[in-house]
Design a protein. Structure first.
Length: 441
């Protein structure tokens, strides 16, 4: 405990680190403030009444979870940073099939700048369409805009404000990454999730006061949560290293190569994306039903995939396994790794360079992805089982799925950066080894 206190004191002794932390905290406070500033023309009383009994087990509830309640509040930051994430995903997937994007990915820093510019354009386009859809939901579904205000002018101003809010969040995320601490985009999502944790704790406390929970169950739940967090760390950190031998090359009087390096293959290369894809798909029927409540066909499908049902749980798990392999195939190309090794004079001992090396890496990646995908599916569906213990839905969501993966991953990344600043100035870090492994994509 004394060592931990000394570490925190050392953090604020370093001027640059202190400034970065304060800068990051200031921008994150602005993010949370913007999530509670309601759009102009909204009838807050009607909005509160309309969202009081709204279900979080829908695509809109899932979206609202990532923007820290801003969507439910009809705030200026209602779209959050998700349009930027969507644009990034689209370009990353397109990069696997579009020759122009493949060329940009191989051009180094210049190519990265062009891809970032295209991502910003895509963010604006997606934000406009999502802002238009959000305005329609606020008017027709929530009925939170008086008829005297609703019109083309209100819709246009709402689209402009929501799109500007997303672009402002994107800019703040980039500023945090450059001048602050940690990955700005990830921290914006992180703070939106963490913001709900105190309210989830309050729900549990109220259930204990009401006599609906006892101390034994709470101890079991906390112990289960510790085990889940340990499992999440295993998923995000687990790797399989492939040895690569570099042949000796003599250039003049200098000798290059002759050393063995390792290629780390992560157990979970896809990160949290498979869960996001899978949950977005299984939420579609219930979301469509909210628009067409009298449709018998949609009612039947929504009944099968209702949140927490056995069919819903199995479908989500299978989709997560599928998307883990799908996203891994996009994010990691064994052929590119093999070509780069060959250009640098490297080879895997016992394996011929070229196609055989690519097949060897692909085979290992396929094998280690299977347990990673299964564990990822287990982590994602755990909240469904935790709810059977009587835990409130808001608190159960913190026992697995995207929330826990994001929170643990972002926390490790941020701690790793703090650790680097401390060690660079000869201070002890949080761990004696001084090696906190963050989540790197």
């Amino acid at each position: 405990m004394a060592k931990l206190q000394e570490t925190f004191r050392n953090i604020f002794k370093i001027h640059e680190l202190r400034q970065r932390i304060l800068y990051t905290v200031a921008l994150l406070i602005i993010v949370r403030i913007g999530s509670h500033i309601t759009l102009p023309g909204i009838d807050t009383a009607a909005l509160t009444a309309a969202t009081a009994n709204s279900s979080s087990n829908s695509l809109f509830g899932f979206y609202d979870f990532f923007v820290g309640g801003a969507f439910k509040n009809a705030a200026i930051f209602a779209l959050g940073i998700m349009p930027y994430i969507s644009a990034s995903i689209v370009l990353q997937i397109a990069g696997a099939v579009v020759p122009y994007l493949q060329k940009l990915q191989k051009e180094g820093e210049d190519g990265r700048k062009k891809i970032n510019q295209l991502t910003r354009y895509g963010t604006v386009l997606i934000s406009v369409f999502q802002a238009w859809g959000t305005s329609s939901i606020i008017v027709h579904q929530l009925k939170a805009v008086p008829e005297s205000i609703y019109g083309f002018g209100w819709v246009l101003s709402t689209i402009v404000i929501l799109t500007s809010g997303t672009m402002f969040l994107m800019w703040m995320g980039e500023q945090i990454t450059e001048k602050g601490l940690g990955n700005g985009i990830s921290l914006i999502i992180f703070i939106g999730i963490i913001d709900r944790f105190p309210f989830a704790i309050l729900d549990e406390y109220q259930m204990i006061v009401a006599g609906q929970r006892n101390l034994v169950i709470e101890v079991v739940i906390v112990a289960l949560m510790v085990l889940i967090i340990a499992g999440v760390i295993f998923v995000t950190q687990g790797t399989r290293r492939i040895p690569v031998q570099y042949a000796k090359r003599v250039v003049g009087r200098k000798v290059y190569g002759g050393v063995t390096q390792y290629i780390p293959l992560r157990v979970n290369t896809a990160g949290v994306m498979p869960i996001i894809f899978a949950q977005s798909i299984v939420f579609i029927p219930s979301t469509l039903l909210s628009f067409f409540p009298n449709n018998e066909f949609l009612s039947g499908i929504a009944g099968y995939v209702s949140y927490g049902s056995l069919f819903y749980t199995l479908t989500e798990a299978l989709l997560i396994i599928f998307f883990t392999y799908f996203y891994t195939a996009i994010a990691f190309n064994p052929q590119d790794v093999s070509d780069n090794m060959k250009k640098q004079g490297g080879f895997v001992p016992g394996i011929r360079p070229g196609k055989q090396t690519a097949d060897f890496i692909d085979n290992i990646l396929t094998k280690i992805t299977l347990p990673g995908s299964v564990f990822l599916a287990i982590v994602a569906i755990l909240p469904n089982f935790v709810r059977y213990l009587g835990v409130s839905s808001s608190f159960a969501s913190f026992f697995g799925g995207t929330s826990l993966l994001i929170v643990v991953g972002v926390a490790l990344d941020t701690l790793q950066q703090i650790e680097s600043h401390l060690l660079m100035r000869h201070y002890d870090g949080f761990m004696k080894s001084g090696k906190i492994k963050g989540r790197r994509a």
